[in-house]
Design a protein around this ligand. Sequence first.
Ligand code: TYD
Length: 134
Amino acid sequence: MSIIKLIDLPELSDSRGGLVAIESGLSIPFDIKRVYYIFGTCEGMVRGFHAHKALEQVAVCVSGKCRMILDNGKSREECWLDSPSKGILIENMQWREMHDFSDDCVLLVLASEHYDEGDYIRDYQVFLRECENV
Ligand code: TYD
């Protein structure tokens, strides 16, 4: 099964312009407890480079684009987030990296839990070891 799970967010755009509505439990397969967004990323900068033990997230570029890499410890896949109606599900125990942010990129992230540094795995070798124990 593919690591990349895209979610078609419902577009309600009309002749006036764009509108996307996101609802917990409908297009998003968890209750949303936290929302954050990444913007103004400096040229050439990369983000992510961690996994979460339990947290689930959906990420969507509401403006611009970036390249998302997901890695489950066995294989690695990537895709462009380049549409405000294209969400990507980031499950627990998936290493994520974000690259090639456009100048206008605003990456919105919906998260299943409040912020908890204890849920992060920030070392790739530790992540690989944890994957083997699952
Ligand atoms: P981090 O998750 O490492 O960013 P990225 O994955 O985009 O590279 O977060 C950067 C810093 O911000 C880190 O010190 C943790 C803090 N932070 C919070 O305090 N609350 C949050 O909801 C998030 C996402 C990060």
